[in-house]
Ligand binder design. Structure first.
Ligand code: BEZ
Length: 186
């Protein structure tokens, strides 16, 4: 799949006539909410795990030296906790461009902290996209992140801001915190 997913995402969901849409954020959307939202809440989705397995050509790296950023991978039985945002549909014009480096929108069932269940959208970089890097030990991911930077800044800043935001939300994520531990000792 091509790296620029802007046009693919625009045609994936018919949001016309909708007043609002729930969005599940698990990565940069947790610490960088640069869009208006009507409501936000901690939220969970089942069967997915957060992993630093996606290459970043446009934010935390370059096409020649991609950084590593978060995506979701299938993990039967796992629960991924993030933030749900209720947004106006036009917010997706901005997010489709911001997250165009291999991420496609999928529909997901999510559970909000107050127990409400709703269908929402989530951006996932699947393994068939050209920027996908795939698994590596957390120690290697930390070294990769430590030496990467791109137009949005140091790759380490992304990882550390996400780890801090997860801690503030009381969300445990062994993968992220293990990378953070290695990164702080680099
Ligand atoms: C997120 O935080 O949900 C997110 C991460 C990467 C790309 C798009 C969205």
């Amino acid at each position: 799949m091509s790296v620029d997913t802007t046009a693919l995402n625009r045609d994936r969901h018919d949001l016309s006539g909708r007043e609002d849409v729930w969005l599940f954020g698990y990565g940069s959307l947790i610490f960088k909410a640069d869009f208006p939202f009507l409501e936000s809440s901690p939220a969970t989705i089942v069967g997915w795990a957060r992993r630093f397995w996606q290459g970043s050509h446009d934010h935390r790296g370059t096409p020649e030296a991609p950084g590593r950023v978060a995506t979701l991978v299938r993990a039967p039985g796992a629960v991924c906790t993030g933030l749900g945002y209720r947004v106006s549909p036009d917010v997706f014009d901005h997010l489709d461009f911001r997250e165009k480096n291999g991420y496609l929108r999928f529909t997901t069932e999510m559970t909000l902290a107050d127990g409400r269940h709703c269908d929402g959208l989530v951006y996932i970089a699947t393994e068939d996209n050209q920027a996908y890097l795939g698994p590596a030990p957390e120690s290697e991911i930390a070294l990769h992140i430590a030496r990467s930077r791109g137009p949005s800044g140091d790759n380490a800043e992304y990882l550390l801001r996400l780890a801090n935001a997860l801690r503030e939300l009381d969300i445990d994520d062994k993968h992220v915190f293990e990378i953070e531990r290695y990164l702080r000792s680099c």
